[in-house]
Design a protein around this ligand. Sequence first.
Ligand SMILES: Nc1nc2c(ncn2[C@@H]2O[C@H](COP(=O)(O)OP(=O)(O)OP(=O)(O)O)[C@@H](O)[C@H]2O)c(=O)[nH]1
Length: 809
Amino acid sequence: MALNAQPATNGHADSLASSSSLSADINPPVTNGVNGQSLTTRVQVVNEDKEFSKDLGDHIERWGLHNAGFGYDVVAVFGSQSTGKSTLLNRLFGTTFDVMDESNRQQTTKGIWMCRAQNMNVMVMDVEGTDGRERGEDQDFERKSALFSLASSEVLLVNLWEHQVGLYQGANMGLLKTVFEVNLGLFGKRRLDEATRQRTLLLFVIRDHVGSTPLANLQKTLTLDLTKIWNGLSKPEGLEDCQLTDYFDLAFTTLSHKVLVPEKFETDVQSLRKRFTDRDDPNFVFKPAYHKRIPADGVAHYMESIWEQVQSNKDLDLPTQQELLAQFRCDELATLALEMFNTQAKSVRKPVEAGQVVEGLGGMMQSWKNESMARFDRDASRYHPGVYARKRADLVAQINSGLGPLFLGQLKNLHKFALSSFKKEVLAGIKGDGYDFGEVVLGATARNEGLFREGATEVLLPDTDWSYEEELQQLSHDISLIADQCRADETKKMVSNIERTIKKQMSESIEHSLNQATPDMWDNVLRTFKETLAKAEATYLGKATSFNCTEEENTTSLAILRKRAWQALRAKVDEQLTDLTFLAKLKSRFEEKFRYDKEGVPRVWKPDDDVDSVFRAARDELIPLFSKIQPKDRSLEFSLPSDSDDSTLTDEGEFDFEATLVVFTEAKQADLSTRFRRDADAYYVEAKRSMVSSIAQIPTWIYGVMVVLGWNEAMAVIRNPIYFLLLLMGLAGFYIVVQLNLSGPLYNVAKSVGNEVHRQASQRIREQFAEPPQPQLTRPMTNGTSDEYEPRRRQTDDSRSSLYPEKEL
Ligand SMILES: Nc1nc2c(ncn2[C@@H]2O[C@H](COP(=O)(O)OP(=O)(O)OP(=O)(O)O)[C@@H](O)[C@H]2O)c(=O)[nH]1
C-alpha cells in the first residue's frame, strides 16, 4: 500500500468542521503557500506494510518546523481501536486525522500518521489502535509502534474508556507493559543520572467519564495496575530496583461523554487543550525534561533510523541513535556550509591563479569562513555536543584546506609583486646623479619586504598553522640576488666612468711625452699612468663602500680597472703611433736632431763634420725608443697578471700583459725603418749638398783685391767735401728710414714707381717700333666644315703676297 499525504478534505473530518466549540480556539487551516497545501496536511509516517515515509522531511519543512531547532514538541496517542483517538486529537490540536464513519465502524487509522497541530509547534502522531481487529493476532506492529512512539514523543496520550479502567486487556495494560519493557530497552542500558535521564509523560485520558467514580479513584486504580506491571517486568542487570517514576511521569484526566453531554465534552476538551498550550498552566505537559533533544531539521532522519532499527528488530539504543543522527546531520550541514564557502571562494580563485594580488583577500577569506561556520553552528550545535565538536573541527580543517591554495597563491603573487616593485624602485633610484646605491637598495628592500609582510599578515588566518616565513626568506634571497646583479651593473658602470676619466686625464700628458720622444719618455708616460690609476683606484674604493661591495668584489673590480686603464694607455699609445703619425713624428724628430744643433740653431754642415755618424745616430735612436714600453727607472715599471679573470666584464679574449708592452714588433720596426730611411736619406743628401755650396763661396782674398782696387775712389769721396756731404746725407737718410721703420713702404713706393717707369718705357718703345695694324679680313662664305682652318691656311698663303701691302710698298 502506498504511503499517503492528504489534505484535510476528507468527509470524515466534518465532525471537526462542524464543531462550534473548537472554532473559537482553533482557527481554520491556514496555508503556507507551498503548493497551496495546508499547514495541517497530514502524512502517513509508517504505512500498513510497515514502510517508513520518505516525505516526512518535506512535510516538516512544509509545516514550517524545519528551522524550529528544539522549539517544537511531539505528542502521540495510544489506545484501542475506535476509542475516539483521532476525534480527540482533531479536537485538541486542530489536526485533520480521519475519523471513523459511525455507520461503518471500521478501523480508519492504519499505520502511523502525523500532522502539525494548528497554531502550535507540535507534531501529533495518530497511532493505529491496539487490539486491531483488522490485524488479528499481529502483535508485532503494536510493539513496534509503541517503541517508535516512545522513542520519538514527549507525551504519550493513553486513550481508554472509563469502563475499561481496572480491566487488563481493555485498559491496554498489555500495551503499557510493552511500553515499559521497550523503555527499559531504550534507556535502561545505561544508568543515567537524574539530569540526563530522558522521561516521558503518560497522560491517561479517560473517555466517557460519567462522574460516578471520581478521577482520583480511577487514577489510583490505574497507578496500582501500572506499578504492578512495572514490578512484574524482568529488568536488566543493574536496574533491578529502578522505579516506574524514574522513567515516566503519570498524569490522568477525564472527558465527559461526547454523545450524551456534548457541551460538557467540549468544555473538558478545552481545559485539556490548555495543558498543551498554556505554559503558565501548572499541568503544562511539554516540560523540557520530556524533550528528546532532536533538532527539528533532524526529526525526519531520526525517526526513519529509529523505525529501521525497530523494524529490523535490532536493539534500539537511543543515545547511540542520537549520536548517529548527529553524525548524519552534522555531515549534511557541513556539506552545505562547504558548498556555501566554495561558491564564495570561487570568485577569487581565478585572479589568484592568474597571478594577481587580491586586495583584502584575508578579510574576505575570514568572512567566508565565518559565514560558513555560522551556518553550520546554527543547526549543528543542537546535536550531540561531542559529534558536533568533532565535525566542526573537520569542517574548519576542510575550509582551511580550501583556503590554503588561496593563501599560498596570494603569497606567491605578493612575492612576485614585491620583487618587481623592488627592481623598479632600485632602477628609478639609481637614475641621475647624487644617489647612494647602498641606501637605495636598503630602502627598497625594507619597503618591499614590509609590503610583502603586510600582505601576508593580512591573508594569514588566525586558527591555522600557516606561515609566510619561508616565502619571506625566499623573497629576501631573490631581492639580494637582484641587488647583487644591480650592484654588479653599477660597479661596471662606475668602472667604465672611471676608465673614461683615466683616459681623459692621461691623454694630454701622454701625447706630450710621446711628442717629446726624450730618452725618459716612457718614464714620464708610466709616471702619469700610475698617478692617474692611483687616483682612480681611490675614487673606486670611495664609492664602493656605499655599494656594500664585498672584499672579493672590490679585488675583482680593481683588477678590471687596472686592466682597463692599461688598455686605455695602450690604445692611446697606438693612436699616437700609427704608421703615418709615427713616421711624421720620426721625421720631425729627425729634422730636429739632424738639422738643428743642441741650442736649436740650424746646423751648417762643414766639410769636417761627421755627417754620417750624426745621421745614423738620429735615425737609429728613435725606432728602438718607441718600440717597447720600457722606463729607464725600473721602479716605474708596471705589471699586470696576464690571466686576470674578468671575462664576465669584457668581451676580450686572453690577456697577455708582456705582449702589450711591445709597441712595434721586430718586423714592424724593420718596415718602419725602411719607410723612414727614404725621408731621412733626403735630409742626408741635402746636408751633403749644403756642405758643397758652403765650399763654393767667394774666397777671402777677393775681398783684399777689392780693397786695393777701390782705395783711390774711397779716398776721393772722403777728401771731396761735396761727395763727403752727399755721403753723410745718404747715411743720415738711411738712418732715419731704419729708425722710422719706413723701409717697407719705401720699398713698395720704389717698386711701384719702377713698375710704372718700366711699363711707360715699354709702351713708348713698342709705339716706336711697332708694325702698322693689320687690315680686317673678310671671312669667306663657306659651307664646308673646316672653317676654323680656313683663315690659317689663307693667312699662310697670303703671307707671301698681300697681307701687309704697305710694308711691301
Ligand atoms: N461514545 C463516544 N463516542 C465517541 C467519542 N469520541 C468519538 N466517538 C466516536 O467513536 C467513533 C470512533 O472514533 P475515532 O475517532 O475514529 O476513533 P479511533 O480510535 O480514532 O478509531 P481508529 O482510528 O479506527 O482506531 C466515531 O464514530 C466517533 O464519533 C466519545 O468521546 N464518546
